[in-house]
Structure formats: C-alpha cells, structure tokens
Design a binder for this molecule. Structure first.
Ligand SMILES: Cc1cc2nc3c(=O)[nH]c(=O)nc-3n(C[C@H](O)[C@H](O)[C@H](O)COP(=O)(O)O)c2cc1C
Length: 359
C-alpha cells in the first residue's frame, strides 16, 4: 500500500502529501500493484473511536477496524453513538456480526452511508453470546449461508465487503473448511478474506482462551494464498513485531495485528517505518498534543477523559517514568472532572529523551 513519508503525527495535518490509495479501491489496487495492507484488528471494547484516533496518530496508512457491531444494533440501536467516527480515522472498516442476509445488507448500507470505507463480516468470534445468535465463528460450519450474507451485503453497498474468519472450528479439517469458506465468499463477491490463523474451539474455551490455546497455523493461510493468487488474503493471529509483519507479507497480501498493537501502540509506528522503509521517529509531543486536543473536545461534549486515555496506558512501555505515567492515568484520569491537563502531567513523568538517545 502507498504510504506517506513523514512523521505520522505531522502527516495528518501536513498539506501537499502524496495521496494515499483510495481506501475504497484499496484491495483491488493492492492486488493489481502487488502492494500490501497492514490492519489493526477489530477488538470488542478496545478499538472504539477513541482508540482508533490514537492509532491513526501512529500510522497514516494502517487500515483500522471498529469493534464488532451486531447487525440488529446497527438497525435498531443508538446509531450515532455506535457508528460515528472522526474523519481522520480513514481508512476505517466497520465490522458487523450477524447471519441474516437482509439485516446484514441493511446494516452494511447504513455503515457505508456513515462513510465507512469497508464493511467486514465477522466469522471468527467464538463467544457464547455470539453463538447463541448463530453468527461469528460458528458460521464456519455453514459457508453457503456466509455466501448469501456476503452477496446481500455486496448488492447493498459500493465499498469493499470483506470477511474475517478462522481456519476452522472444533473438529473441522482446516484444509477443507477454509477452502470451502474462501471459495464461497469470493464467489459471492467478497473483496478480501482476513484469516485468524487458528481454529476456534466452540465448547469449553473462553473467548480469551480461544485467542491463545488453539495452535497457530500460518502455513495453512499461506497455502490458501498460493491456491488463490488472484484473491486478497490477509493473515492475523499472534503477530508480535514489525519484522513479523514484513515476513508474513512475503506470503500473504495483508497482515493484521491485534493485541500487540493495542497493548503497546508504539509497534504501530514501527510497522509504518518498516513498510515505508523510512526511519519514522515518532514525535511523541505531537501525538500527546493531538490526543489532548481530542480529549478536550470529548470532555467538552460531556465525555470522560478516561474514555480516551484508557487506550493510552501502554504507550510508553519500557521507558523510564512509564510506571508513574500509567499510575496517573489510572487514578487521576478516571476522576469525573479530569481534563487534558492530567494527560500532560502523566506525560511529563516519562523520560522521552532517553528513548531518543537510544534510537
Ligand atoms: C479484547 C479483544 C476483543 C476482540 N473482539 C473482536 C471482534 O469484535 N471481532 C473480531 O473479529 N475479532 C475480535 N477479536 C479477535 C482479534 O480481532 C484477533 O483476531 C485476535 O486477537 C488475534 O490477533 P492478535 O493475536 O494479533 O491479537 C478480539 C480480540 C481481543 C483481544
């Protein structure tokens, strides 16, 4: 994927930058030009709009995913609150959960009208709540239904429709299950398939265990890409560094990072640097200023500072002062009247210079 060659925080504001690939043509362009896509995974309760705004300060080009929003909630819930996002978040994809084609089509249309650059269908989430609604990972067992869902969504929107899945569930043979799902969704018009490279075990494991216990099988995803060279296949699961992202992109079209990016967002800037081939030195003052301004606007509208700062706790991992920084965020920033000055106070305890010297 084409990216800018500037410090990400400044890049958001800087005029005259080389245009990014049109997000709505991102997958087609990537396939055409042998470009790749780096994405931050959808994570419930984590990748809300405040989190995505932070991540955008660290990468101009990463594709950002929302948390999963259930189709019924899109149709009948508090739409503005669920779907509204900041313009700077582009490229941003809405992930929807559901299994009823008509509802998914309508939810996709609403998402596209809100301005999302992509609509993604969740075929990977294993939680009980999701299974009782017969969607998420259990849809791996019914590829034909997933195909119907994708077809309905495609016919409702102009933006790319994609699927995020597992390599299989329970006793399924991943060689068969993943091929069947992939063939069906691409036949139905899907623009990309993101594969979390492990099974989901639907009985007896919690969602968190389902992200660590079933073994990762990257080779299975690489084989899918070899079999479908003209389709966009992205890989996800256990990617822990920029080097690993680069390595996966030799065998797939996209790499998606979840927990590593959330828990230590500096990795996002590392990936940006690795993919542009430029030494991107993050301007932390600019990042914190941007977040403080953003938080001030949120507080002015009646929100809490901690809604924003809770996503910033992992920012200065390993630097002198990071512990005090975290303490201030978890005690002071949670107070009802806390404002952006708390963020500045916390940041003031971090020895950023030592990181600059070490770089
Ligand atoms: C807190 C949390 C919430 C998640 N919520 C979702 C979700 O809403 N939709 C989804 O497709 N995957 C969800 N996932 C799974 C991630 O998207 C990703 O597939 C998984 O964490 C593996 O990637 P990683 O090893 O890079 O974290 C969630 C993961 C975490 C840690």
């Amino acid at each position: 994927m084409r990216v800018c060659v500037q410090s990400p925080a400044n890049a958001l504001e800087a005029p005259g930058l080389k245009e990014l690939t049109d997000p709505r043509r991102m997958y087609a362009t990537a396939l055409q030009n042998s470009e790749t896509v780096f994405a931050i995974a959808p994570m419930m309760d984590w990748t809300d709009r405040h989190c995505r705004f932070l991540h955008r300060q660290l990468s101009r080009s990463a594709l950002l995913y929302t948390e999963m929003v259930v189709a019924d909630a899109v149709l009948h819930g508090p739409r503005e609150r669920l779907l509204d996002f900041d313009e700077t978040e582009h490229p941003v994809a809405l992930q929807i959960g559901g299994s009823e084609p008509a509802k998914l089509a309508e939810a996709a249309r609403i998402g596209a009208d809100f301005g999302y650059d992509e609509i993604n269908l969740n075929v990977g989430c294993p939680s009980d709540r999701v299974q009782s609604g017969t969607f998420g990972a259990c849809l791996m067992r019914t590829p034909a239904l997933v195909g119907e869902c994708v077809e309905a969504m495609k016919s409702a929107v102009d933006v790319p429709v994609t699927v995020k899945c597992r390599i299989g569930v329970d006793d399924q043979d991943p060689e068969i299950a993943l091929d069947e799902l992939a063939d069906t969704v691409f036949e139905a018009g899907a623009d990309a398939l993101w594969v979390h490279a492990r099974k989901a075990w639907l009985q007896g494991l919690s969602p968190a265990q389902n992200r660590t216990v079933p073994p990762l099988d990257y080779a299975r995803v690489y084989r899918l890409k070899q079999r479908l060279p003209d389709r966009f296949i992205g890989i996800n699961g256990g990617i822990g560094s920029a080097e690993e992202v680069v390595a996966h992109l030799k065998d797939t079209d996209g790499a998606m990072m979840g927990r590593t990016a959330y828990q230590n967002p500096a990795f996002i800037a590392d990936v940006e640097a690795a993919l542009t081939g430029n030494e991107v030195q993050v301007d932390w003052d600019a990042v914190v200023n941007a977040m403080a301004n953003y938080a001030a606007r949120h507080v002015e509208k009646g929100g809490r500072l901690s809604h924003v700062t809770r996503h910033m706790v992992g920012l200065f991992h390993g630097l002198p002062g990071a512990r005090r920084y975290r303490q201030i965020l978890s005690t002071e920033a949670t107070k009802p009247d806390a404002g952006p000055e708390v963020l500045f106070a916390a940041y003031g305890t971090v020895d950023i210079e030592s990181a600059r010297r070490a770089a």
